[in-house]
Design a protein around this ligand. Structure first.
Ligand code: S3P
Length: 442
């Protein structure tokens, strides 16, 4: 990590989570609301937008390409669409911070523009693999350059006419799928993407919400280039990936009874609910409704004894961002939990298998990292000092672990919690977690 100060969380042991809480807006949907809003004809009004660094990077990128965007103000954003051909060349490289979603989705969207663009990121993003998008985009006729290792910075040459194609992804990745569909808006003919397992489908849903025809059959999604997107209203639900920390916290802390309001429960995102229920969690959904094409519900979680399980492989892509905190659930469960088929965790904001195994071992849990997952034997969490390696979800996962630890847990390198959940500390405190934060000079 390269930030000037080390943000350190200290979490006192014990406590329970109670009451009602609304976690901030969905990160994936917020990114897409700016991207599709910018490419649409007319105005897009967004509510519930996630005002966190990752999405603000996407917003800044589109402002730099000439799009007028008002807000964010208490989650409200107004995007004045410029149409598919209305973006302008930015005067500087687009800086995308920690956000893999921004860079991967923009790589497709920008491959079809008339101008050249450079994209850069922070130390973590600069290590993340981009070949998964550059390689198929080149097959469509795009001209992209990265380092020889296939990592950012990325240069995209404009003025290329893209061709539609049929592409079968080697890994289950919504970012790759979305990147290719966004390139497909600019391609001659049809672009079809086949996924090895279902991944989040927010791009497809939002394209349809903007009046764009999307064909979906089995595990293939297709669009034709050259259509028109029409701006409208988007209500961003609360992010199930942020709710997940509280779902695990309330499950493991005796006496908890917490309701998380208006959470997105898109079937491609609910792996965390399915896995926790299979472990014995007491989770009920209330007020289920569909808002702007996305299903939402209030999620009530009451403490329950958890048991270790073999995590079903088909749930892995549906819970891909939730494993850091699911590992904490496993540490608090009776018996052994085995995760396989999750090698993608090694190339997230940190190597999440390594970061979590290291921290859990420090906290006295028998956690064995494997090439594509982890084997965790439930036990008593001690207190101790762990490092999040600048990964927001590792920091928040270890915060919840203190609900069941025997002594305080101190977590280093937590500054990046602001990339997805700037109000995590006050919200967690309000629900009952005893967490304080301080800055230390490095
Ligand atoms: C995202 C897709 C997922 C997820 C990421 C957000 C998206 O990545 O981990 O946090 O918004 O499309 P992959 O598609 O690479 O698994």
């Amino acid at each position: 990590m390269t930030t000037a100060k080390d943000v350190v969380y200290t979490v006192q042991p014990g406590g329970k989570l109670t009451g009602r809480a609304r976690v901030p807006g969905d990160k994936s949907i917020s990114h897409r609301s700016i991207m599709l809003g910018a490419l649409a004809e007319g105005v897009t009004e967004v509510s519930g937008f996630l005002e966190a660094e990752d999405c603000l990077c996407t917003m800044a990128a589109f402002r730099a390409m000439g799009v007028r965007i008002d807000g964010p103000e208490q989650g409200r954003v107004v995007v004045h669409g410029v149409g598919l051909r209305g973006l302008k060349a930015p005067s500087q490289p687009l800086y995308l911070g920690n956000s893999g979603t921004s860079m991967r989705l923009l790589s497709g969207l920008l491959s079809g523009q008339a101008f050249d663009v450079d994209m850069t990121g922070d130390a973590s993003l600069s290590k993340r693999p981009m070949k998964r998008v550059t390689q198929p985009l080149r097959l469509m006729g795009a001209d992209l350059t990265t380092t020889t290792a296939g990592t950012p910075p990325m240069h995209i040459k404009g003025g290329r006419q893209l061709r539609g194609m049929n592409y079968t992804m080697p890994m289950a990745s919504a970012q790759v799928k979305s990147s290719l569909l966004l390139a497909g808006l600019y391609a001659n003919g049809k672009t079809c993407v086949t996924e090895p397992a279902p991944t989040r489908d927010h791009t497809e849903r939002m394209l349809q919400g903007f009046g764009y025809t999307v064909e979906r059959h089995d595990n293939t999604v297709c669009i034709e280039g050259g259509g028109v997107l029409r701006g409208g209203k988007i209500d961003v639900p609360a992010d199930i990936s942020s709710a997940a920390f509280f779902m695990v916290g309330a499950s493991i802390a005796a006496g908890s009874d917490l309701t998380l309001e208006h959470v997105g429960i898109n079937p491609t995102r609910i792996g965390v609910i399915n896995i926790l229920r299979a472990m014995g969690a007491n989770i009920t959904l209330q007020n289920e409704q569909v808002v702007g094409g996305e299903p939402v519900a209030d999620i009530r979680v009451r403490a329950a004894p958890l048991r270790g399980i073999a995590i079903p492989p088909d749930q892995v892509p549906l819970a891909i961002d939730e494993f850091p905190v699911l590992f904490i659930a496993a540490a608090c469960a009776h018996g052994t939990t085995v995760l396989t088929g999750a090698e993608e965790l090694r190339v997230k904001e940190s190597d999440r298998i390594q970061s979590m195994a290291e921290g859990m071992l420090k906290l006295g849990i028998d956690a064995k990292p494997t090439a594509d997952g982890m084997i965790i034997r439930g036990g008593q969490l001690s207190g101790g000092v762990v490092n999040s390696y600048g990964d927001h979800r590792i920091a928040m996962a270890f915060s919840m672990a203190a609900l069941r630890s025997s002594a305080p847990i101190v977590i280093h390198d937590c500054a990046n919690v602001t990339t997805s959940f700037p109000a995590f500390v006050p919200l967690a405190r309000g629900a009952g977690l005893s967490v304080t934060t301080r800055d230390i000079a490095r």
